[in-house]
Design a binder for this molecule. Structure first.
Ligand code: GLP
Length: 260
C-alpha cells in the first residue's frame, strides 16, 4: 500500500486524476470503478476539467459504480445511479449506456449481486477502482463484519452509516436500510485501488485501515491484501497514522519511472 499525504485536497485530487487519466489513455477499453460520496468529488471535478479543457476523452470507457441503495424509485436524485451521473458521467463523453450500477429494485434483488459481478467480468474487470472510506471503516457499503472475500450482495446499513448519509435526505427515516454493494472480494479484483480520504472524521478509519490488523471489523483493512493500492489522504485524515515519516520518505524517494 502506498500512502500519499498532502495538505491540499486539490493536489490529492490531481494526483488521483493522473492515475485515472493514465488508465484512460493507455487502454483500448478501460473499465473504471466509480465511488459515490463526497470524498471523490474533487477527482471528478478535475477529470471533468481535463475533459473540457484538455480533450481527455472517456468515449471508449465503461464504468461500474460500487453500490446502490435498495428500494429508491428509479430517478430518485439520491440513488447512486443518478448521483454518479449528476456529479461525473453526465459531464464527460462516456456512453451513458456503459455506466452501470447494481440493481436496487427489491423485486429482483435476489440475483442483483450475481448479475453485477458477471457484468464486471464480462467487461474485462475493473482497471482502476476509486474508493472512499466511511467513518466506521466501511468501503462501498461493506459494513464492519463483512466477509473479506464477499461478493456483490445486499447489506444492511449500520445506524452510523445511515446517520452519516442522512444529510442527503430530508430525514434519517428516508435513508434506505439496505444497499447492494460490491463485495470486498469483488473490489479486490480491480487491478488498481485508489482510495481518497480527507478530514479529521476519517482519521480513525484511515489508521485502522492502514496500520490496524487485517480484520473484517474494519473492512477498509482489506486493502492490505491488494498488490496495488494507493491511499491519498490529507493531513487531518492522516492524523492517526504512526508511520507518517516513512510514508513521506517513500514518496520522496519514489523512483522517477515508478508511477502510482
Ligand atoms: C457511502 C458510500 C461509500 C463512501 C462513504 C463515505 O457510504 N457507499 O462508497 O466511501 O459513503 O462517504 P464520504 O466520502 O461522503 O465521506
Amino acid at each position: 500500500m502506498e500512502i500519499v499525504i498532502h495538505d491540499s485536497a486539490a493536489e490529492l485530487a490531481r494526483m488521483a486524476a493522473d492515475v485515472i487519466e493514465e488508465v484512460v489513455r493507455n487502454n483500448e477499453s478501460p473499465v473504471l470503478g466509480l465511488a459515490t460520496g463526497s470524498s471523490p468529488l474533487p477527482i471528478y471535478t478535475e477529470l471533468i476539467r481535463r475533459h473540457k479543457e484538455e480533450g481527455l476523452s472517456f468515449a471508449h470507457c465503461t464504468a461500474f459504480t460500487l453500490d446502490e441503495y435498495v428500494g429508491l424509485p428509479a430517478g430518485h436524485p439520491e440513488s447512486y445511479y443518478e448521483v454518479i451521473r449528476n456529479e461525473f458521467t453526465r459531464h464527460i463523453d462516456i456512453d451513458d449506456a456503459r455506466v452501470f450500477s447494481p440493481d436496487g429494485n427489491p423485486d429482483t434483488i435476489a440475483t442483483a449481486g450475481e448479475r453485477y459481478d458477471a457484468a464486471i467480468k464480462e467487461a474485462g474487470g475493473v482497471d482502476v477502482q476509486i474508493l472512499g472510506i466511511g467513518s466506521d471503516g466501511h468501503i462501498a457499503f461493506n459494513e464492519p463484519g463483512s466477509s473479506l472475500r464477499s461478493r456483490t450482495r445486499i447489506k444492511t446499513l449500520t445506524n452510523q452509516t445511515r446517520e452519516d448519509n442522512a444529510r442527503f435526505f430530508d430525514s434519517i427515516d428516508d435513508v434506505p436500510i439496505h444497499a447492494v454493494t460490491q463485495g470486498l472480494g469483488t473490489i479486490l479484483e480491480a487491478k488498481h485501488l485508489v482510495l481518497i480520504a480527507t478530514g479529521a472524521g476519517k482519521a480513525e478509519a484511515v489508521a485502522n485501515m492502514v496500520e490496524g490488523p487485517l480484520a473484517s471489523v474494519c473492512p477498509g483493512s482489506v486493502l492490505q491484501l491488494h498488490n496495488r493500492a494507493t491511499v491519498f489522504v490529507d493531513n487531518a485524515a492522516a492524523a492517526g497514522l504512526e508511520h507518517v515519516e516513512y510514508y513521506n520518505t517513500s514518496i520522496e524517494r519514489k523512483p522517477e519511472w515508478q508511477k502510482f
